[in-house]
Write a protein that binds this ligand. Sequence first.
Ligand SMILES: C[S@@+](CC[C@H](N)C(=O)[O-])C[C@H]1O[C@@H](n2cnc3c(N)ncnc32)[C@H](O)[C@@H]1O
Length: 208
Amino acid sequence: MLFSPACERNREPILAVLRQWLPAGSPPAGITVLEVGSGSGQHGVFFTQQLPGLTWQPSDQAAGLDPLQERIALEGALRPAPGSRLLPALTLSVDDDHAWPAGPYDAVFSANTAHIMAETAVAALIAGSARVLGPGGLLLLYGPFCDNGVHTAESNAAFDAHLRSLDPAMGVRDTVDLHGLAGEHGLESRADVAMPANNRILIWERRG
Ligand SMILES: C[S@@+](CC[C@H](N)C(=O)[O-])C[C@H]1O[C@@H](n2cnc3c(N)ncnc32)[C@H](O)[C@@H]1O
């Protein structure tokens, strides 16, 4: 199974943000979250164990689906919080409009994906999220970001250079561009939460 040490380190700080921003789910309706680029699936397992009334829909590109499904099959039913469940993963490449589920979701969550995706895919992630969110729904994007070309830490600048040396299409994304894209798709900025290790969670709300 895929295992991400970073997921283990960042899951508690992310959980604290989810507790604050996702209204407490009350069965039977609860809270529905679509996760984009779930990777190892560790976040979905942990958050459905910690938050009640949460239906978490993991997803990833076809190439990453097998190890993700394996974790969900092995750990998805381990001690979920009351009324919470981790669903089998969907195949979702953000650039494929037809692959997006219908929604509506209360939130879309994506961690450490924007700097891996090409800029066109980041735009597709934001557009697709806006389509599947219900009015008042939230897009939460976790990772390192820069502001108007300025990195918030030397380590993020080095990470950005490293990514671009591996593939010029990758790179730490700029909040100015992200806010511009979000605004074009009816998403209003609600918060920019500082996280450990120079990461952040950007939160937008789908206008009604
Ligand atoms: C660095 S991993 C992050 C995984 C996990 N979210 C985490 O925080 O550990 C980046 C993820 O983005 C996914 N990804 C990359 N391009 C994508 C695309 N175009 N559509 C959907 N997912 C994509 C990859 O398959 C991978 O699972």
